[in-house]
Design a protein around this ligand. Sequence first.
Ligand code: 5GP
Length: 202
Amino acid sequence: MSNLIIVSAPSGAGKTSLIKEILQQDKQIKLSVSTTTRPPRINEIDGVHYNFVSVEQFEKLQQQNEFIEFAKVHQNYYGTSKTWVEQNLKQNDNVDILLEIDWQGAEQVKKIFPDAILIFILPPSLQILRQRLTDRKTDSDEVIQNRINAAIGEMQHCNNFDFVIINDDFNMAAKQLLSIIQTQRLTYNYQKIVNPKVFEGF
Ligand code: 5GP
């Protein structure tokens, strides 16, 4: 049995670092590799961080119904492989599937898989978000303001999520993220399927 977990957040909320941390701590979680038309950043490896494709290739995959969800985020297209998700959910390995996707994708997946667990990560405040984006020293004031405006729009969708984590203290947020995922493995339905012998004879 595998749970489908979706984690969304605006940029600067610390989602990528949190996911990296929990993947190290819990080997029962597998991260989906998305397909994108965004050019790779330095240190990003094709097939590891994303499957990098052209807009034409992306549109072809989309027409072939290859995506379980897709969305345009910050001028680029992103999509999750339908085949990969379905195959991994079917595998009887008790490994949970994690999708790191935006709110639009999360809402699409929830419609197809109502049991998917949606988690939204928020920064503690807009001031702290601004500080984090400024501290990166990679963007101009104008770019930072655009990102904050985009973040406000994205954060307004957190009410459609099952859980919200406020990433103030990194270790605490990682602990909370892990505990949400691990608790899903203790539901009656999950236990009954994964440990049927325990339920025999009573
Ligand atoms: P970045 O380009 O910074 O890696 O990601 C930009 C945004 O796109 C992030 O919010 C990320 O979660 C989202 N994203 C990444 N992969 C997918 C995907 O397959 N589908 C959707 N809907 N969003 C994605």
